[in-house]
Design a protein around this ligand. Structure first.
Ligand code: SF4
Length: 462
């Protein structure tokens, strides 16, 4: 299986890299994103200082994760909420289904959540005959097309607006030349009645606040807020790394997230939910659960260096500026987390054997490091992942042998010079051409090696 994922990645990368339409789409998207990012981050008096602070706060949290998670649980349960700890995706899915079945519900409302995507909740619930209504526009469109998200935040980044308008025209009779507003209204008309009749709602949580036992949700469409207000039972799904020490820290994390995700100083809807409805409150769910998911995160936490991957606040900025992501797009990664952060954490979440190849798919350009709002040293972490993969013998045997052979010859100059250019070119043509790829011209080596030519030149000079 390990090689299946890697081979698929190679094949899809080769196709996407030479798809001119895709390259143009990604070029335009990157330009737009960079302009928005500049606008959003210009509002910070001292952006670098804010990034340093969030890095430190995340460091402090991860070094004391057990304490902060227990604080969160104690404070959340004090007001009647229930925390469910899930070791992996399967446990999380089963627990969520169990809550839905306890309510005798056959339908749920769902807001966009990366964690729900990570555990493949939509498919699981649909297979178990639960009708899932995606409330956010992007997720709604992807569900119609039966496609996976292309980016952590900009989920439909790969879809041209005209294609979505055509889809809605054919399916819901909206004008063929409908505006974005008309399409959003169409979704609203379909979704709003469902809020009145659906009893269970599922959202993500951008942050878990340890000192107040609350969840913080940051969004632009307001659907998660509606879910928390309308449904009888609210299930929030979060990774154990979503916890931050205090409500006060939101003042730093929230604008950093929205400026790097959307280029906005603040997202349109920022909601803090403290638990189920209290006796004196007029709205909110009667029951509230937070499903806390590990799913490989403690394995990453055990890595002294790479645990920095857990500092991520999932803004998606590193993917937007990554030269590889721009070239091969989001689906090629076969992970909810594309781009450099995905290359770093996916081997832990979905298994090193199957996904360690992602850590090698980066030119280590430094751009993602520069843009990250939490100052994660992505390039360094990817290098460490590579080192581990080699030490743990996770790279294919043929590749290992190839490099061993290369090192053997490179360390023995005489042996290397023993063969002339013709013989070396013969080997290159017959054994490396496929590896080199059909889109690049195989270099032709000169008859004499560099050291031979150098020696001859020196002789002449003397
Ligand atoms: S690694 Fe940094 S830039 Fe990338 S998604 Fe996470 S927080 Fe954003």
């Amino acid at each position: 299986m390990a090689q299946e994922f890697a081979e698929q990645f190679r094949q899809d990368s080769a196709v996407k890299s030479f798809d001119k339409g895709h390259r143009e789409l990604m070029r335009v998207n990157t330009e737009k994103y960079l302009a928005r990012l500049e606008e959003g981050t210009n509002k910070f008096v001292d952006l670098q200082n804010s990034k340093k602070k969030t890095h430190l706060l995340k460091w402090k949290t991860l070094e004391n994760l057990d304490r902060y998670l227990l604080d969160f649980e104690a404070n959340f349960t004090r007001r009647g909420g229930k925390v469910i700890w899930a070791n992996d995706a399967e446990e999380a899915r089963q627990e969520i289904l169990r809550i839905i079945e306890q309510q005798d519900a056959r339908s749920v409302l769902k807001a966009t959540s990366l964690l729900c995507d990570e555990i493949d909740l939509l498919n699981y619930l649909q297979k178990n005959k639960v009708d899932v209504a995606e409330t956010d526009f992007g997720a709604f469109v992807l569900d119609l097309l039966q496609e996976k998200p292309y980016h952590m935040v900009n989920r439909t980044l790969h879809l041209e607006f005209e294609l979505i308008a055509k889809l809605f025209h054919e399916k819901y009779g909206t004008p063929a030349d409908a505006t974005a507003e008309q399409l959003a209204n169409a979704v609203r008309e379909i979704m709003r009645p469902k809020y009145m009749h659906t009893e269970v709602g599922i959202t993500g949580a951008n942050f878990l606040l340890a000192d107040t036992g609350s969840i913080a949700i940051t969004e632009n469409e307001g659907n998660a807020r509606l879910i928390t207000a309308f449904t009888k039972v609210h299930i929030a799904v979060a990774g154990i790394d979503a916890v931050i020490p205090s409500l006060l820290d939101l003042g730093l994390f929230s604008p950093l997230w929205s400026s790097h995700a959307y280029g906005q100083p603040s997202a349109v809807y920022n909601t803090i939910v403290n638990g189920p409805r209290q006796a004196h409150e007029t709205d909110g769910p009667e029951e509230m659960y937070v499903v806390l998911i590990d799913n490989g995160r403690t394995d990453l936490l055990a890595e002294k260096e790479q645990r920095q991957g857990l500092y991520c606040i999932q803004c998606g900025a590193c993917a937007q500026v990554s030269p590889v992501y721009q070239l091969i797009g989001g689906h090629t990664y076969q992970s909810v987390y594309p781009g450099p952060i995905g290359a770093l954490i996916t081997p832990y979440i979905r298994g090193k054997k199957d996904f360690n190849h992602l850590s090698f798919a980066s030119p280590l350009s430094g751009k993602p490091d520069q843009v990250c709002p939490v100052n994660i040293a992505l390039d360094k972490m990817l290098l460490l992942n590579r080192k581990d993969a080699i030490e743990q013998r996770l790279v294919p045997q043929t590749e290992r042998k190839l490099w061993q052979g290369f090192a053997y010859f490179m360390e023995r100059r005489r042996l290397l010079d023993f063969f002339g250019g013709k013989t070396k070119n013969f080997f290159l043509r017959n054994f490396f051409k496929k590896l080199w790829g059909k889109h690049r011209e195989l270099p032709s080596l000169p008859q004499k090696s560099f050291s031979q030519q150098w020696r001859e030149q020196q002789k002449k000079k003397n």
